[in-house]
Ligand binder design. Structure first.
Ligand code: CA
Length: 230
């Protein structure tokens, strides 16, 4: 699990774009569905970690999407945040009855919504919603996208950042190059396994710049791990 996956279900272009932009900025992997039918198809393809669900949707209404997800054993526990318009005030109670975890009333501030997203994820899947990850003297701030080692700021490229983020979520665990490719580059992208070595090399160079202990362990013919015994 590289980044928490958020499925945004919203038929209003401007809002969908705004939400996608803000969620990606916070490090979520975002997919967008523009109607209820597409939303259900996309859940079939890949289970999201959270659904942001508009109430008024073409084809299948938000409340029906919510109801159907709650009826599926594999999707039952996926947190759902409903987005409703003020005129649908009474509906929003029904929304919660149907199993939504939270709701926001349009128009809402994206700052507030992002806070709700973090809160819901933290409640349901604590490891996904941590704002900062720590390992040894490395601190990764997922909100500010900053990495520090022993208080010193470390500048990483986007791929090195995602690699470190992934390794820090599972310290000690050994990942093969293929697993890292899937987690960091995505399974639908064709990249050679050797590319992983190149980026691990860059990541090492950046985090060990001051002659610090190398925390990335190379496991011969297996892969890499973030490990104190590095
Ligand atoms: Ca709508």
């Amino acid at each position: 699990m590289p980044q928490p996956g958020v499925l945004v279900v919203e038929d209003e272009d401007a809002l969908a774009t705004l939400l996608t932009w803000n969620l990606e900025k916070e490090g979520y992997a975002v997919r967008l569905a523009v109607d209820g039918e597409e939303a259900l198809m996309m859940v079939d393809e890949q289970l999201p970690d959270l659904v942001l669900l508009d109430w008024m949707l073409p084809k299948v209404a938000g409340i029906e999407v919510c109801r159907r997800l709650r009826a599926r054993p594999d999707a039952r526990n996926i947190p759902i945040i409903m987005m409703t318009a003020r005129s649908e005030e009474s509906d929003r109670i029904r929304g919660l009855d149907t199993g939504a975890d939270d709701y926001v009333t349009k128009p809402f501030s994206t700052t507030e919504l992002m806070a709700r997203v973090r809160a819901v994820l933290r409640r349901i899947r604590p490891a996904l919603a941590e704002d900062t990850l720590n390992y040894g003297d490395i601190e990764l701030d997922k909100v500010a996208h900053r990495v520090r080692r022993g208080g010193r700021e470390i500048h990483l490229g986007p791929t090195e950042y995602r690699l470190l983020d992934h390794l820090m979520q599972f310290p000690g665990r050994v990942f093969s190059r293929e697993q890292l490719l899937d987690a960091v580059w995505g399974s639908d992208v064709y990249v050679e396994a050797r590319t992983v070595d190149v980026h691990i090399g860059r990541l090492r160079k950046a985090i060990n710049a001051d002659g610090d202990v190398d925390l990335i362990r190379t496991v011969r013919s297996a892969g890499y791990a973030l490990d104190q015994r590095g």
